[in-house]
Design a protein around this ligand. Structure first.
Ligand SMILES: Nc1ncnc2c1ncn2[C@@H]1O[C@H](COP(=O)(O)OP(=O)(O)OP(=O)(O)O)[C@@H](O)[C@H]1O
Length: 343
C-alpha cells in the first residue's frame, strides 16, 4: 500500500495490518534468540579512527535504523556488528561476544547483506541464494531438499523465481540487490543486518522488501538492524533509531525523537518538514528553501491563525491519534509542523 503525499511525492506507508504474520514463513525448529548490544565500539581503518565510543542496544524483535550523512560510519558500524571488521569494545549477539563465535556459529546467529558485494558473474541466482544455507550443510555434504525449498520460497517472495537460472552478471542493479537480500534471508538467522537494502529498488520493490522483513520480524522475533538513507522509510519501519555523525552516536531514540527538523538540519544540512502520520510515525518531507511549505498553499505567515479557523472545533480527532489537546506542542524553532497533511 503506497500513497501520495500532498506535495505530490510518493510516500511509503506501512501496511495497516501490524500483525503481519501471514503464517507463510518457512522457518522450522529455529531458535529465535537474539538481541544485539554494542558497547564502547571503536574501529580503526588503516590509521584512521572511524568509529569511537559507539553504543547501542536492540531488543529481540526490534528494528533499529542507523542513519547519518555520507561517511558518518554507518556501514562500518554494521560490518563491525557482523564481525567482519576488527574492532575494540564489545559486540554481543544474544549476550555472546561476536568475536568469540566461529564463522559457522556466527552465520547461524546473524545474516549480513552488504551494500554492494562483489558477485560472481557466472553463478546463477538460485545457487547464489543457496549459499545462505551453508551454515546448515554438513562439511563435505550437499544441500538437502529442505535447503532448496527454503531458497525457492525466498526467491518467490522477492519476485526472483523467474530469474532463478539467470547468471548474476546478467541482472539489473535492483535485481542484484534483491538477490543479495535473498541470500541473507535464506540464512534464517535471528539477527538480520542490512546495509542500505533498498537504494537500487523501485518503489514497489522497496515496499515489498521492507514489508517482508517486517513480517519476518513480527512473526519470528527477528532482530533487524539496517542502515537507511531514506529517512521517510526509516521513520515508517524502524522502532528505534541511532543517528551517527563523525563516527559517534549523535542521537538515539524512537523515530519521533530522532527525526526532528533540528537534528536533520544539523547533521544532514538539509531543510525538511516533519509531520506526524495518523499512526504517530514521523514523515520527513524535503523542502526547497524559499518556497511555500506546501504546494498550492500560502506560507504559514500568510495563513489565518490556527486558533481563528472556524472549522477547527468541529473536526473529530483522527483515529489512532490523540486529540490536539493531548499532543505535545511543536518545539519552538524545530521547523516541524503538526498540521494534518490530508487537510
Ligand atoms: N578502508 C578504509 N580505510 C580508511 N578509511 C575508510 C576505509 N573505509 C571507509 N573509510 C572511511 O570511514 C568513514 C566511514 O565510512 P562508512 O562507509 O562507514 O560511511 P557511511 O556512513 O556508511 O557512508 P555512506 O552513507 O556514504 O555509505 C568514511 O570517512 C570513509 O571514507
Amino acid at each position: 500500500m503506497s500513497g501520495r503525499d500532498t506535495d505530490g511525492g510518493a510516500v511509503i506507508r506501512r501496511t495497516a495490518d501490524g500483525s503481519g504474520a501471514d503464517g507463510a514463513d518457512d522457518r522450522d525448529g529455529r531458535d529465535t534468540a537474539g538481541g544485539v548490544e554494542v558497547r564502547d565500539l571503536e574501529v580503526v581503518l588503516e590509521t584512521r579512527t572511524v568509529l569511537s565510543g559507539v553504543g547501542l542496544r536492540v531488543r529481540r524483535g526490534g528494528w533499529l535504523a542507523v542513519i547519518g550523512a555520507n561517511g558518518a560510519g554507518k556501514s562500518t558500524l554494521l560490518k563491525a556488528v557482523a564481525g567482519v571488521l576488527p574492532h575494540s569494545g564489545e559486540v554481543l549477539i544474544d549476550g555472546t561476544p561476536v568475536r568469540t563465535l566461529k564463522p559457522r556459529e556466527r552465520a547461524r546467529l546473524l545474516a549480513y547483506a552488504p551494500q554492494a558485494p562483489a558477485l560472481p558473474g557466472d553463478m546463477t541466482v538460485f545457487d547464489y541464494a543457496l549459499l545462505g544455507r551453508t551454515p546448515y550443510i554438513p562439511y563435505l555434504g550437499r544441500e538437502g531438499r529442505r535447503d532448496r525449498e527454503v531458497t525457492a520460497s525466498v526467491l518467490e517472495r522477492l519476485d526472483l523465481s523467474a530469474l532463478a537460472r539467470r547468471p548474476l552478471g546478467r541482472l539489473s542493479g535492483g535485481e542484484r540487490q534483491r538477490v543479495v537480500l535473498a541470500r541473507a534471508l535464506v540464512q534464517q538467522a535471528p539477527v538480520l543486518l542490512l546495509d542500505e537494502p533498498t537504494t537500487a529498488l523501485d518503489l514497489g520493490h522497496q515496499q515489498q522488501v521492507l514489508e517482508l522483513v517486517d513480517r519476518l520480524r513480527l512473526a519470528d522475533g527477528l532482530t533487524v538492524v539496517t542502515t537507511l538513507h531514506d529517512l521517510g522509510v526509516a521513520g515508517q519501519y524502524a522502532d528505534m533509531m541511532t543517528l551517527v555523525a563523525g563516527g559517534r552516536v549523535a542521537a538515539s531514540g524512537s523515530p519521533a525523537e530522532v527525526l526532528t527538523g533540528e537534528l536533520i538540519a544539523e547533521h544532514f544540512d538539509a531543510h525538511v518538514r516533519v509531520e506526524t502520520d495518523p499512526s504517530g510515525r514521523p514523515q520527513v518531507h524535503l523542502e526547497r528553501p524559499g518556497r511555500p511549505g506546501r504546494r498550492g498553499r500560502p506560507d504559514r505567515e500568510d495563513r489565518p491563525d490556527r486558533e481563528d479557523r472556524p472549522d477547527r472545533e468541529d473536526r473529530p480527532a483522527r483515529e489512532g491519534r490523540p486529540a490536539r489537546e493531548g499532543r505535545p506542542d511543536t518545539p519552538s524553532g524545530s521547523g516541524a509542523r503538526t498540521e494534518d497533511p490530508c487537510r
